[in-house]
Design a protein around this ligand. Structure first.
Ligand code: KG4
Ligand code: ZN
Length: 381
């Protein structure tokens, strides 16, 4: 047997304990994060949670620059892990496993985190758990309190925009996703167009409060079957309005933001009702709607989702924003849930497992929907 194969095989180990403690590492976009989570049958305890943001490094470019992100992960990750272990008061020997995001995401960053996790797992003789970043998001509401399976998750961030039926650990059905831009990306592009800075979501939300929705903007895919999203047409319509107006006053910008926010609310409401129509007959007996991702910070969107959930008799959960946006506690939790359930011996968990820019959470859905399978935005969004 080759040395590499021997190493791969020897760390595909199982843990059979009532409680596990896992170090999680997240580097798939622009947060360098490390956290330690202890999971028992009573639920998770977050022993430490370090997030080093990179917003200042990317702000001059008004968007995330992959090379800058990867370098920042290289520079920051060792310190983040040391801080997470220090805050938890643990040595590597006290861990039951090391979990890292192995995709989907910006490949340079994913490689930094996954390679570091492999080195730690090898040096400390601990199992490696290669976590799908989307599984981290799917399980993230469970960091904040008991959220029993099944539930309907709306994941809306700068990189992701999809409805996922979270049926159990490792059991996810993607019900719909964007066919072009993610919702956070649409907010960021609107902010860029109006010169409001980066990240754009909070700026657009704030300025919309000063405006009137006087521009008629399209609501792509609204009323259509299924629960996919599309935001490209909305962006193009905004560009046309800006070109037509010429010089923009502050009131023009506020009115454009209000019009955009109004269109987004209508689209999100319509798509969520459709997703519930799909979720209900199969899993709706315990109806539960959860929103995660950076866009979950948007108050009008939260309020609209809460209203729709109440009208359907669904419970509604919007976890604290710290667990909605990218963080390592959700990666540690996913790793810990897998370890506790004895689900950490997939080929992906081997020390030779690759970093993946694209990694659909629901392979079956991705296979059936080739438009979502390949391309720059494909599976990630
Ligand atoms: O989850 P996140 O921190 O990172 C990833 O993209 O994975 O999400 C960031 C995204 C950005 O696109 C940002 O503009 C958007 O979330 N966002 C918001 C708000 N706060 C953040 N979008 C709308 N309204 C907000 N208040
Ligand atoms: Zn994310």
């Amino acid at each position: 047997m080759l040395v590499a194969e021997a190493i791969c095989a020897s760390y595909l180990s199982k843990v059979s304990k009532a409680q596990v403690t896992v170090l999680g590492i997240e580097t798939s976009c622009d947060e360098t994060a490390a956290a330690v989570v202890r999971l028992s049958e009573d639920g998770p305890t977050i022993l430490s949670d370090i997030i080093l943001g990179q917003a200042a490094q990317h702000a001059p470019y008004r968007g995330v620059v992959p090379e800058i992100a990867a370098r920042a992960h290289v520079e920051g990750l060792d310190g983040a892990i040391a801080a997470a272990m220090g805050d938890a008061g643990l040595a590597f020997a006290d861990l039951d496993g090391v979990a890292a995001t192995a995709g989907p995401g910006l490949i340079g960053g994913v490689m930094v985190g996954l390679t570091t996790a492999k080195a730690l797992a090898l040096a400390a003789s601990k199992p490696l758990i290669a976590v799908n970043h989307l599984e981290g998001h799917a399980l993230s509401p469970r960091l904040a309190g008991p959220v029993p399976f099944p539930y309907l998750l709306l994941l809306v961030s700068g990189g992701h925009c999809q409805f996922i039926a979270v049926l159990g650990l490792g059991n996810y059905r993607r019900l719909g996703s964007t066919i072009d831009d993610a919702l956070g990306e649409a907010f960021d592009k609107t902010a860029k167009l109006l010169d409001l800075g980066f990240p754009g979501g909070p700026a657009v939300e704030a300025l919309a409060l000063e405006g009137q929705a006087r521009f008629a903007l399209p609501r792509p895919l609204m009323g259509r079957d299924g629960c996919d999203f599309s935001f490209a047409g909305l962006k193009t319509a905004l560009v046309r309005e800006v070109e037509r107006l010429g010089a923009l006053s502050r009131q023009d910008k506020a009115d454009l933001c209000a019009s955009f926010q109004g269109a987004v609310l209508d689209i999100v409401a319509d798509r969520t009702k459709r997703a519930m129509d799909m979720f209900d007959p199969l899993w709706g007996a315990t109806g539960r709607l959860v929103v995660a991702g950076g866009v979950a910070a948007n108050q009008p969107i939260r309020a609209k989702l809460e209203e729709i959930a109440a009208a359907r008799g669904y419970d509604f959960a919007a976890p604290p924003l710290r667990y909605c946006t990218d963080n390592a506690a959700m990666i540690a939790l996913a790793g810990a849930e897998r370890l506790l359930a004895g689900l950490s011996s997939r080929p992906e968990d081997a020390l030779c497992a690759p970093a993946r820019a694209r990694w659909p959470l629901d392979e079956a859905a991705a296979g059936l929907r080739p438009t979502h399978k390949a391309g720059r935005k494909g599976v990630k969004a």
